[in-house]
Design a protein around this ligand. Structure first.
Ligand SMILES: CC(C)(COP(=O)(O)OP(=O)(O)OC[C@H]1O[C@@H](n2cnc3c(N)ncnc32)[C@H](O)[C@@H]1OP(=O)(O)O)[C@@H](O)C(=O)NCCC(=O)NCCS
Length: 183
């Protein structure tokens, strides 16, 4: 099983089919989906399809979200990482080919700094290992925690846009500006 990144408290590894129970706990929780369209999954089959889609992205797009494991407990806590969005169905804020940084954790692991910790390491991986030019991020305006994470890790606010009638903020960071913050 490929490990992409290790941080102080987390392992970010390849998502595998045996993550199905953890992913079901995550994606069937209405609290988790409050700012994700309020449409939690209702079956493990739906989750399996999503896991397979992520695994296909590793192959076809060179990257996909990582499963996040808490080192201290060995628990699957959710996912974090990079997605290459491409094609008409994945267009967002007028962009149809872009890398975005994202995260989604089971609620009992919220508030421990895991989104921030995993995203700082993911940004480094994206710019330094994958050579990504621009990293994007988007969050519903009301999703305070997610907006905070994107700002804390250094993404810059670009504009407000609407997705499915919901107000969202769009952020970006390019490699040159990332380099400046690192020097
Ligand atoms: C968004 C999410 C990943 C944040 O994860 P997390 O590990 O709890 O985030 P962190 O602990 O790194 O916290 C980041 C900041 O947000 C703040 N925060 C966390 N939850 C918050 C909440 N409910 N309301 C307000 N602020 C909150 C933290 O205090 C922290 O700010 P600080 O450093 O100034 O104290 C988590 O809430 C989640 O999985 N939500 C459901 C899925 C989702 O919305 N994903 C994002 C879609 S854009």
């Amino acid at each position: 099983m490929k490990i992409f990144i290790e941080t102080d408290r987390l392992i970010l590894r390849e998502m595998v089919p045996t993550d199905v129970d953890g992913m079901f706990e995550l994606d069937s929780d209405p609290l988790v989906h409050k700012y994700l369209g309020n449409n939690p999954v209702t079956s493990k089959e739906q989750v399996m399809k999503y896991i397979n889609f992520i695994r296909e992205q590793y192959e076809k797009r060179g990257i996909g979200r990582f499963a996040a494991i808490e080192k201290a407990s060995g628990d699957f806590i959710g996912w974090s990482g990079i997605k290459l969005n491409t094609g008409e169905k994945e267009t967002l804020n007028g962009n149809d080919h872009f890398y975005d940084i994202g995260y989604r954790f089971i609620p009992r692991y919220w508030g421990k700094g895991y989104a921030t910790e995993s995203s700082i390491a993911t940004l480094k991986y994206g710019f330094e290992e994958l050579g990504i030019e621009t990293m994007c991020g988007a969050a519903e305006v009301e999703n305070i925690a997610s907006n905070k994470v994107l700002q804390k890790i250094g993404l810059k606010f670009i504009n407000e846009f609407t997705y499915d009638d919901i107000k969202c903020y769009w952020y970006e960071l390019n490699r040159e500006d990332y380099g400046k913050t690192m020097s």
